[in-house]
Design a protein around this ligand. Sequence first.
Ligand code: SF4
Ligand code: SF4
Ligand code: SF4
Length: 131
Amino acid sequence: MAYRIDSEFCAGCAHCIAACPFGAVEARGDALRTYYVILPEKCRSCGECARACPAALITFDGSDGSRPIARVQVDREKCIGCTLCKRACPVGAVSGVVKQPFEIDQSKCIHCGLCVKACRKDAILVEYADQ
Ligand code: SF4
Ligand code: SF4
Ligand code: SF4
């Protein structure tokens, strides 16, 4: 799963490349025109680029049946406070005390899902967005 840029209409403003925390946006083009593309192998589907694009040219590619994440939160019953999610989070949205349930700061979370992949206790609940 990944986001895609409709490159045909991309005006090359570069808001997307500035917004991506994962270096997944690359410039293409020539001396006459620069446009941007998303590298699927690097994209974490956080949607930061889509929110930054002033022309709304970036959309989620759900062709494999996947959906963008709307919200993640720690299941306090399952969390053992191992710190894996905190270490995986690229924006410092996870905090907690070792061996106690961790917490996710919703105001910082960019919905990349890396914490979900990192957790070995299936202790992070995911809500998906409708597209
Ligand atoms: S969805 Fe996130 S990771 Fe993917 S290109 Fe956009 S900003 Fe980068
Ligand atoms: S990785 Fe899972 S078990 Fe470990 S602290 Fe995070 S939510 Fe809790
Ligand atoms: S989804 Fe998880 S890893 Fe990604 S920003 Fe939110 S808390 Fe951090």
